[in-house]
Each structure stands twice: as structure tokens, then as C-alpha cells.
Design a protein around this ligand. Structure first.
Ligand SMILES: [Zn+2]
Ligand SMILES: [Zn+2]
Length: 151
């Protein structure tokens, strides 16, 4: 991984009631254009910073909303109950990773997106970055590993 930053990544919600710290190097960062991310984001897509759970520490109350994904797994989206800002999500089918919203970072440029997923569902007014690998749906495990290996 080659995201350039020094020390932990800090972030939080709009009102400041929820704060978090990412103390590990993110595994990757990716844009997701699925319908659920669009609906939950307030714009065309979500950008997720994928981090191991043990490297993520959060303070303040969060509310959660559970919704089944295409895979049948349940995605739990966590947000600030006071200001509504999206903070992170977790997937019942994957133990370990936390999907932190890049939008909630204090310095959004501390991460570099590596790919776009569910690209086929992007709205016309939210064009996909042509410089990144784009997957029409969710990439397979093999595709994911090939991408991670490239760094
Ligand atoms: Zn808040
Ligand atoms: Zn999504």
C-alpha cells in the first residue's frame, strides 16, 4: 500500500459528536456506485476506506441501519443520530474489515481510491474516474486479490 500519510487518520461527523481514529494502514479505498450507497450517500456514490476492525477506534454514539445486500449478507450502516452523517459500515459476511466513509475524514486527501465497484449503476451525472479499474458489479475474490497485489 502506498497511501501517503503520517500518523493515524482522523475523522468524524458534521456536528462533532462522533469522532474516530484509524491507527492502521488502510487495506484499500474504493468508490461504490451501488444503489444502496447512492441512496445512503446523498450523492452519486460512497467512497469506502477499508480498514481492519482492530485499527478503528470510535467515540460518541452512533445509530445503525441494517439492510441486506445483493450477496444476501447484511450491511450495517452506522451514522451520527444527531446530524445524520454517515460514518462507517460493516458486512455480516466479512469479519474484520470496517468500511469507513472517506467523506467523514478530516483530510479526505489522506487516502487514494484504487477502484470503482458497481460501476454499471453510476448515474450519468456522477462520472466514473477513467484512471481507475472499474468493475461493473462487485469484483470477484480473484479480481480483488489481483488489484491488492498491484498496490
Ligand atoms: Zn454528528
Ligand atoms: Zn455500495
Amino acid at each position: 500500500m502506498s497511501d501517503d500519510h503520517n500518523g493515524p487518520l482522523l475523522g468524524g461527523c458534521l456536528c462533532g459528536a462522533v469522532r474516530y481514529e484509524i491507527g492502521v494502514e488502510p487495506k484499500t479505498t474504493a468508490h461504490c456506485y451501488c444503489k444502496d450507497c447512492r441512496k445512503a450517500s446523498g450523492t452519486g456514490h460512497c467512497t469506502h476506506v477499508v480498514v481492519q476492525e482492530e485499527g478503528f477506534s470510535i467515540s460518541g454514539e452512533v445509530a445503525a441501519y441494517d439492510r441486506p445486500a445483493d450477496s444476501g449478507n447484511v450491511v450495517r450502516r452506522h451514522f451520527c443520530p444527531k446530524c445524520g452523517s454517515a460514518i462507517y459500515s460493516m458486512n455480516s459476511g466479512m469479519t474484520g474489515p470496517v468500511f469507513v466513509r472517506a467523506s467523514s475524514l478530516d483530510d479526505p486527501n489522506a487516502v487514494t481510491p484504487r477502484a470503482s465497484v458497481y460501476a454499471s449503476r453510476a448515474p450519468k451525472w456522477d462520472p466514473i474516474d477513467p484512471s481507475l479499474p472499474a468493475f461493473a458489479e462487485m469484483p470477484t475474490q480473484a479480481e480483488r486479490e489481483a488489484m491488492t497485489a498491484k498496490g
